[in-house]
Write a protein that binds this ligand. Structure first.
Ligand SMILES: *Cc1c(COP(=O)(O)O)cnc(C)c1O
Length: 412
């Protein structure tokens, strides 16, 4: 007589299979380290590198494959790797594509931790980081040497928001056969198409797009994730093998959150943009604001380049992230700037952006640059990330803090 299995065993090897036909708006969340095979032959032959199957949690699940494919659609690429943060997207691209003796070019206004990774980690592997002026294509061209393997691009630059001539930069790199990687966190696949910069079906594009999904694709201020997107299978495979060997993976619950938010990313991006432009225009009217750093505004550094790349979207209104900085008259000292930031009630102090809550950060720009302030005027830089609060409430918040900190009336 066959003895009944113990309930402990029964609960691990249960015979019930739910019917497969289940369809719902959100994809299922598959969680696994171990993935099961049907037999030894299956174990020996199943392939994950081409995404035709599943072999181990770290190598992909239906949930991560779904997210990868949707992100490819968002950015117009062909292949995607998921990583645990935007910064990890930066470091994984570098480790995948650079070798000892290589030079990597980084714009002087790049996301700070990118420069820091290059200075303190890449140098230990014999890779030389070289900074270039993002607003001078000739400077970029002059700094490309036979050892240059990779050029980082960012449009616009972090914090100071200068919009480079991305098209000319990519053309210059292509002419020299150098691989380009764009930090596409600001554009998010929505302001412009990184793999189709001339909007002609793809005759010109970056080679790699690194994106901090932590920002708009997550949209909640509660998930850290990054993506590495390519439009070339061989280039993708080089980074993918490094990604595999480094043991990089993301959690299924985080993938679920980004999948859930992704369907509203275009609507949120537009809402952040509209609100931010209203607030930026209001700040520009204040006499103590000596410079507005928002690429969609005439007179902002690189505005013409933004216009060329992002200006046609939204029936000619263009597209931009809900992020901008202002330079405040140097007659206001650090204490006044700090008081302004501290007096804001809806804009909270905190890093990152793209979530529902508006954030503000004062920056010491001079300590962040090696090549000087470039097109930035003298004064303190304050960066605003505009959330999803009501625009009028945010305006009132700016006005009350302004009056408290600077003692000058807010000009409506
Ligand atoms: C936030 C950010 C990153 C890094 O993203 P994390 O997920 O915070 O590591 C990279 N690049 C840019 C431009 C960013 O704004």
């Amino acid at each position: 007589m066959k003895q009944a299995r113990h309930i402990t065993t029964e609960l691990v090897h249960h015979a019930y299979q739910a019917p497969a036909a289940f369809s719902a708006p959100q994809p299922a969340v598959h969680k696994a380290s171990t993935v099961l095979f049907d037999n030894v032959q299956d174990m020996r032959t199943r392939r994950w590198l081409d995404k035709s199957g599943y072999t181990y949690g770290l190598h992909g699940t239906p949930t991560t494959y779904q997210l990868e494919e949707r992100l490819c659609s968002l950015e117009g690429g062909q292949q995607c790797l998921l990583v645990p943060s935007g910064l990890n997207a930066i470091s994984t691209v570098a480790l995948g594509l650079l070798s000892a003796g290589d030079e990597v070019l980084i714009p002087d206004n790049a996301y700070g931790p990118n420069k820091d990774f290059a200075d303190h980690e890449l140098t230990r592997w014999g890779i030389r980081p070289v900074l270039y002026n993002p607003m001078d294509v000739a400077d970029l061209q002059a700094k490309i040497t036979p050892a240059t393997t990779l050029v980082w691009l960012e449009a616009p630059g972090s914090v100071s928001m200068e919009f480079p001539d991305l098209i000319a930069q990519v053309q210059a790199c292509r002419a020299r056969g150098v691989t380009t990687v764009l930090d596409n966190t600001w554009g998010a696949g929505l302001a412009f198409q990184p793999f189709d910069l001339l909007a002609d079906g793809g005759s010109l594009g970056v080679d790699v797009s690194a994106h901090a999904l932590t920002k708009y694709p997550s949209g909640g201020g509660d998930v850290l994730m990054g993506s590495i997107i390519t439009a070339d299978a061989a280039l993708h495979m080089r980074i993918k093998l490094t990604h595999m060997r480094l043991g990089i993976g993301i959690g299924a619950n985080d993938a679920e959150l980004v999948l859930r938010s992704l369907s509203s990313v275009a609507l949120r991006y537009r809402a952040h943009d509209l609100s931010a432009r209203t607030l930026a225009a209001a700040l520009q009217r204040q006499s103590a604001v000596v410079q507005l750093l928002h690429p969609a505004f005439a007179g902002a550094p690189g505005h013409a380049h933004w216009q060329q790349l992002c200006g046609a979207a939204n029936q000619g209104q263009g597209a931009a992230a809900g992020l901008f900085s202002v330079v405040i008259d140097p007659r206001y000292d650090r204490a006044a700037i700090d008081k302004f930031c501290d007096s804001l009630q809806l804009f909270r102090l905190g890093y990152s952006w793209g979530g529902p809550m508006s954030l503000v950060v004062p920056y010491d720009i001079d300590s962040m640059r090696s090549g000087g302030r470039g097109s930035l005027q003298a004064g303190s830089v304050v960066r605003f990330c505009v959330g999803l609060e009501d625009t009028q409430d945010l305006l009132q918040d700016l006005a009350q803090a302004w009056q408290r900190a600077f003692g000058t009336p807010w000009q409506d």
